[in-house]
Design a protein around this ligand. Structure first.
Ligand code: ADP
Ligand code: MG
Length: 692
């Protein structure tokens, strides 16, 4: 038995230290037998047939057998390569190895019988060749051909396909793969039985519908995809059911309450969309069942006012409200807004973040636990140990996608009264319908689908980086009109935490080029107090140009800022660009967003920037974003709290999703035990905390 492993550079085969196997398997989600049974192939290889060498086609992966007719080393510009020619009477093909273990030469000696699997291509001299094929020699090359297609599984480093195949076969033998779904229900959807489907996918018979296997539309795939969606729907709907069994304080409107006085005190009236969502929320709050509602609204749609109104409902009913924001800057901004809006109405607002001095912090904690503070605004410091509300009635989580599920749930622990607070989440990342139907099935969703009147739409321009100098002229002109400017530095690393040098350099460049302007800098790694001071200067208008990393992406609200420049815009995601652009166009002034892009832009990058230029509608952008990136990246595992769908594709499988949602609801009602057993097969290890 001799098979070449992954090609590795000769002489350079480094022994890397790997984590123990069990750790690597766990990373793939492989712990229980069920995990192995549901570890389905990425694709298949057809080793059930041999193709005559004379019939091989470039670009078509195939298996063939023959004898090595010649083998030799060739000296090339890039080093020594090893080449073997294989013939079977119908033709000849060469196998080329750029990197190889020394043993390859021995295995491929002239006259050796060989069986090869790989994708031929047309070589230098017009003849066919395969680079680094997988091959067997000796007795392995003579074994009878397998009956089934060979599955190729997702695998991590140092986990071999052969090992996985065996381990999965064992799991399939040991498991009780009883079909929990009613037979006639499956028949009605044209879905096969569970064991048959699983076995088919792991070992498709020769002659199986390869296309249906590949694009996952074969009945066996549809069954597994349905089961996956069903498990997700059951888990989320059960969370919702358990939630509805808890008790929350009724926050019925009292009249005339502070909420009404607050509305009267505002310099504007609410939009119809705001009024509608505020009414939906008020209805929830007046119930004993805890609210679990997400308000989606594009940037600038005015979610904060709606949140403040809800907080006042809590206050009017004699309870406290907490408002949690993902960053210090945002929490601070909310605090000021709430304080300015509500202290004139006699409401006590406190503020709590991790960076408060010990004395300030203990004072704030005291206010919160004594109940003197009616509204507490802060960062995740609000959910840390030592914070205990006297009577929390409502928790608001702003930019909820920035928090994990666990953090959101931490705000929900029952108080001394045994009552859990209502939960209101705000998000400016619009979530397309199919995604909401699947990942957010445990929430009620309200949409603020209207912007306050009097906003002039932001004009978006794409400008090549080599015309940066022209953009500086626009910056000057904007500042001359008394307006302010954001300048967002390019992302260098995935995270903007570590790499502050580009931001610092960017600021120096701009300050030198625009000596007449006062230029500020804010980035993620700055000390909170420093950050706050910079933001305060910008808010007050004493800084004209604010250079920043993406820390200003969420929620920052400075209406006098009317120009946003984003350098290397192609490196940002669509949602991010939309959020950043949303920082301008908040006042009456005509606003613009300039996206500076690298001339060497990839097609995907061009596509993205085009979407942003052509649309200012967050929902449309989100839909395109989902298309371009897929749900995994779009949503972020932390937000969904649910493991990602591994097999379902919400675009392709929308009908199955709808059916799964309906059946999950019915099944939980009629046979909860089976429904939960089904969900456990898929998700058990991961979702404990969802139902905790
Ligand atoms: P977001 O939904 O992005 O969080 P904000 O709540 O920060 O938006 O609101 C954006 C700006 O619009 C704020 O300055 C806010 O005071 C203002 N605003 C909110 N609602 C209205 C309205 N109905 N009419 C006019 N301005 C409003
Ligand atoms: Mg906001």
């Amino acid at each position: 038995m001799a098979a070449a492993g992954n090609p590795r550079p000769t002489g350079e085969i480094r022994q890397q230290k790997l984590d123990p196997l069990s750790v690597r398997l766990e990373r793939l989600g492989l712990v229980r037998d069920w995990d192995y049974a549901l570890h389905l192939p990425l694709r298949y290889e057809d080793e059930t047939r041999l193709t005559p060498i004379g019939s091989l086609q470039p670009g078509v992966t195939a298996q063939f057998a023959g004898k090595v007719s010649r083998s030799q080393f060739i000296q090339t510009g890039r080093g020594q390569q090893f080449c073997a020619e294989v013939s079977d009477g119908s033709g000849t093909i060469s196998l080329r190895f750029i990197h190889y273990y020394p043993s390859v030469q021995k295995q491929l000696c002239e006259g050796a019988q060989i069986r090869v699997y790989g994708e031929p291509r047309t070589g230098y001299y017009g003849s066919l060749e395969i680079v680094h094929p997988r091959f067997k020699t000796g007795r392995a090359a003579e074994e009878t051909l397998p009956q089934a297609l060979t599955p190729v599984y997702p695998a991590g480093e140092g986990i071999q396909q052969r090992w996985l195949r065996k381990r999965i076969a064992r799991a399939l033998m040991d498991l009780d793969i009883r079909d929990l779904l009613p037979r006639d229900f499956c028949d009605s959807l044209g879905l096969p039985g569970l064991r048959a489907a699983i076995e088919y996918l792991h070992n498709p018979p020769s002659g199986a519908d390869t296309e249906g296997l590949q694009n996952r539309t074969a009945p066996a795939w549809r069954r597994l995809i349905f089961d996956e969606l069903l498990a997700q729907q059951i888990t989320l709907r059960r969370t919702r059911l358990l939630n509805s069994e808890k008790r929350a304080p009724r926050l019925a409107p009292s009249s005339p309450g502070t909420a009404e006085r607050f509305l009267e005190s505002l310099p504007f009236s609410l939009t119809r969309a705001q009024l509608r969502v505020a009414a939906e929320t008020a209805e929830d709050l007046a119930r004993e069942r805890p609210m679990h509602r997400l308000i989606q609204g594009d940037v600038g749609s005015g979610k904060t006012v709606v949140a403040a109104l809800s907080a006042l409902r809590a206050v009017d009913a004699g309870f406290q409200a907490a408002v949690m924001a993902p960053t210090e800057i945002l929490a601070e901004q909310h605090y000021r807004k709430f304080r300015d809006w509500l202290t004139p109405l006699g409401i006590q607002v406190v503020w709590l973040t991790g960076r408060l001095k010990a004395k300030e912090k203990s004072a704030a904690l005291e206010e919160i636990s004594s109940g003197r503070a009616q509204i507490a605004v802060g960062t995740h410091a609000l959910i840390q140990e030592g914070v205990s509300f006297k009577s929390l009635g409502l928790a608001v989580v702003d930019e909820q996608h920035r928090f994990g599920v666990a953090q959101r749930l931490a705000l929900r622990s029952p108080g001394a009264s045994g009552l859990v607070p209502h939960l209101l989440m705000l998000s400016a990342t619009p979530i397309p319908r199919t995604l909401a139907m699947s990942y957010l099935a445990d929430l009620d969703v309200s949409v603020i689908d209207e912007l306050p009147p009097g906003r002039t739409p932001v004009i978006t321009k794409l400008v090549r980086l080599d015309r940066r100098a022209d953009v500086l002229g626009v910056v000057r002109a904007t500042a001359a009109e008394g307006r302010q400017i954001y300048w967002v530095c390019p992302l260098i690393e995935e995270s903007d935490k570590l790499d502050l040098t580009p931001a610092v350099r960017c600021r120096e460049d701009l300050a030198a080029a625009l000596p007449e302007l006062s230029v500020g800098l804010v980035h993620g790694a700055m000390a909170p107090a420093e950050k706050e001071a910079v933001m305060a200067d910008f808010s007050a208008g004493s800084t004209q140009l604010l250079v920043s990393t993406t820390v200003i992406e969420v929620g920052v609200d400075v209406p006098n800022a009317s120009l946003m420049v984003i350098e290397h815009a192609e490196r940002f995601g669509l949602a991010q660009l939309h959020q950043l652009r949303g920082r301008v166009g908040r006042g009456a002034a005509k606003s613009a967003c300039i996206l500076l892009y690298d001339a060497e832009l990839s097609d995907a990058g061009k596509e993205r920037l085009k979407v942003i230029r052509e649309s200012t509608d967050g929902f449309e952008i989100a839909r395109r974003d989902l298309e371009l990136r897929g749900p995994g990246e779009f949503l972020g595992e932390r937000q969904s709290g649910m493991p990602f769908l591994r097999f379902a594709d919400l675009g392709r499988d929308e009908a199955l999703l709808a059916a799964a949602g309906r059946f999950a609801a019915e099944w939980l009602r009629t046979d909860e035990k089976s429904a939960l057993a089904h969900a456990a097969r898929w998700f058990e290890p991961q979702t404990d905390f969802l139902t905790a």
